[in-house]
Design a protein around this ligand. Structure first.
Ligand code: FAD
Length: 597
């Protein structure tokens, strides 16, 4: 089920006193966000109560971050939010509500270990699990001034709270983190501790280079937070790079050990679903559906046992015979059934994300060089003309990222710091597409309404491929080829042949009809270049090198740009805006652009 972005008003009568609301009332005028933490999510009652207070309070912070913990995936949820919370496997999950103005971060796993995945302090903190958490784990998520409250506790624990720097009120069920010393912290500073930073237009302006899925996602995430964003692209129109792909699949990834790729991809699919829903893309531009994954020998096994509890089944299960048959597989084929997947017309998704009043797009802007003057970055063209300037420059130009990084002139730091390095590989790929009408009726009738992937992929019943300027005919699309370090995007006949062959292998029950029923001359092709990093994980954020401060990247989407780009955009925006991350801090670290140098 897709995510709905807004909740109905929780209750119509005046709210009962709410701990978090009673404190955000007294925040300074400049503070527009609030981060509430609760150690027990339960059925979601307290979250809903806080949401109710936020909805009914004219003086509420513009954005509310609510982080809550649960040892296991909650099995009984309040009906108002149950529909939003699918597939809560151990980990950190972001659910964006109220048009992104309420961001619920649910951390599932044993406490307090899972709390290490949160790296930003609370403005207000409520716990009914003081004994389980211990004073230290709680203090770790506090900053000077954090207001705390707890359910009844024995006096030794109160003493511990005092020792850790919490001033306890009378009656002793609340307090304020106010240590007499300067607390050491490994947390990122939250927006509410950065009051000394001017919150002016120059600080909330960014230039994004590249307007594919990555650039559009970053721009949209920043624009939604009130930033103004200039997006530059060398192309005359949108879709000059890999995001010119007519349509592609978003789908979860599974692995026996529930590896990093699987966890990032699930977070990404959740983020993509939320954004596409929020943008109100039309039914012709995307579709949420199940997806059948043909498992070739030894590939893509589901995790087992504790790694794949009930919540995992809400994402992926072994496919049943009727699902395999409906997807053109044989009864004895090995296959997985993914419940949260779909396809999207890439051009429509990019365009919708860029269609925000805070975003301006400029084509035919080929950035040839970057230079930093004081704290300002300049994007220069081949003649040295400045195309745009900002304190925050984001490189979202895929495999051409390194070339631009190499144009930055370093100063005194050159010798002691390694220059930023993104060892990306360019992977050419070609898809083949054609009208549903060109297929023999016997094949057409047997093709599934949901996408199928495995070694290659199939999407059928696509409407009006906007990026190719075609008419309203229904289309199918299959792909793709992979050619390393090949930059020629001219369509090739041999790729058409191999794509059709791959399709026949993907759907073995329809193999003969596919191979004999398709006239290659009536098909069309599109080719593009993917950019992939060696660990197959995207790269997001800043570099360590001091001369590159203020320069961000968002790249390395490989063959999963639709599944990953929104999450990456949100991650980058959370960093720039000093907000809680939309995912586990340990996963975000593995995606850091600085991991290669
Ligand atoms: C054949 C094929 C099939 C695919 N199928 C799928 C799929 O089913 N599902 C999926 O999720 N993904 C799929 N992908 C991958 C997906 O297309 C990419 O991951 C995604 O489009 C990458 O987006 P991006 O914004 O990072 O890069 P791009 O879309 O390449 O965008 C980079 C942009 O930067 C611009 N640029 C570059 N250099 C400069 C410069 N110096 N100055 C100004 N602008 C510059 C380019 O013009 C371009 O518009 C497929 C890719 C291919 C090739």
């Amino acid at each position: 089920m897709a995510q709905v972005q807004t909740l109905p008003k929780v209750m119509s009568h005046p709210p009962a006193p709410n701990f978090h609301a009673s404190h955000w009332q007294h925040r300074p005028a400049w503070q527009t966000t609030w981060h509430a933490i609760e150690t027990s999510f339960g059925r979601g009652e307290s979250f809903l109560h806080t949401l109710q207070a936020w909805q009914q309070d004219a003086n509420a912070p513009a954005t509310l971050f609510f982080t809550a913990f649960a040892n296991e995936s909650p099995s009984h949820l309040e009906p108002l939010i149950a529909g939003h919370l699918f597939g809560l496997l151990p980990g950190v999950h972001r659910i964006a509500l109220e048009n992104n103005k309420v961001q619920l971060t649910l951390c599932i796993g044993p406490a307090p270990v899972i709390a290490r995945e949160v790296d930003i302090a609370a403005d207000s903190f409520y716990t009914d699990s003081l004994e389980e958490w211990g004073a230290k784990s709680i203090a770790r998520l506090c900053k000077r001034g954090t207001c705390l409250a707890w359910s009844y506790t024995a006096s030794p624990l109160l003493k511990e709270l005092q020792q850790i720097g919490i001033q306890i009120n009378d009656p002793p069920q609340s307090g304020v983190y106010q240590p007499q010393w300067t607390p050491k912290t490994s947390l990122r500073p939250s927006s509410s501790t950065l009051f000394h930073l001017p919150n002016d237009a120059a600080n909330r302006h960014a230039v994004v280079i590249g307007s594919g899925l990555s650039g559009a996602a970053v721009a949209h995430s920043l624009a939604g937070r009130g930033w103004t964003v200039e997006v530059l692209d060398q192309g005359e129109n949108l879709g000059a790079g890999a995001s010119g792909l007519p349509a592609g699949i978003f789908a979860t990834h599974v692995s026996p050990d529930n590896n990093v790729l699987s966890r990032i991809t699930r977070d990404g699919v959740r983020a993509t679903l939320q954004r596409a829903k929020q943008l109100r893309l039309e039914g012709t531009q995307w579709q949420v559906s199940e997806l059948l994954e043909h498992r070739y020998a030894g590939k893509r096994q589901l995790p087992s046992g504790a790694l794949w509890p009930e919540a995992g089944h809400e994402w992926s299960t072994n496919a049943q015979t009727p699902q395999k048959v409906a997807g053109g597989l044989q009864e004895n084929s090995d296959a997985l059934w993914h419940a949260m997947a779909g396809w999207i017309q890439t051009h429509a998704f990019v365009k919708a994300q860029l269609s925000h009043p805070n975003i301006s797009w400029r084509g035919r802007c080929n950035v040839a060089q970057l230079q930093r003057i004081d704290s300002e970055w300049q994007a220069l063209d081949a003649h040295g003309q400045c195309l745009a300037t900002s304190k925050h420059m984001v490189l979202a130009n895929a495999h051409q990222c390194q070339a631009l990084l190499d144009t930055v002139q370093c100063t005194e730091h050159e010798k002691i710091n390694q220059r930023p390095h993104l060892p990306a590989t360019a992977l050419r790929g070609q898809v083949t597409l054609g009208s549903m009408a060109m297929l023999p009726p016997t094949l057409r009738e047997k093709l599934p309404s949901f996408p199928v992937n495995g070694h290659g992929s199939f999407i059928g019943q696509l409407k009006t491929l906007q990026s190719l300027g075609t008419d309203a005919e229904d289309y199918w699309i299959v792909g793709s080829s992979f050619q390393r370090n090949d930059f020629d995007v001219t369509p090739r006949h041999e790729d058409v042949v191999s794509n059709i062959q791959q399709w026949a292998e993907l759907m073995p029950a329809l193999s003969d009809e596919i191979q004999q029923g398709i006239e290659l001359s009536k098909t069309r092709s599109w080719a593009g270049i993917r950019s992939a990093l060696p660990d197959r994980v995207p790269a997001v954020g800043e570099f360590k090198h001091p001369d590159f401060k203020g320069l961000q990247v968002c790249t390395g989407m490989g063959a999963r740009g639709i599944s990953w780009s929104v999450l990456c955009g949100e991650l980058l925006a959370a960093h720039l805006n000093h907000e809680p991350l939309p995912m586990a801090a340990s996963l975000a670290k593995l995606m850091a652009a600085s991991r290669f140098g």
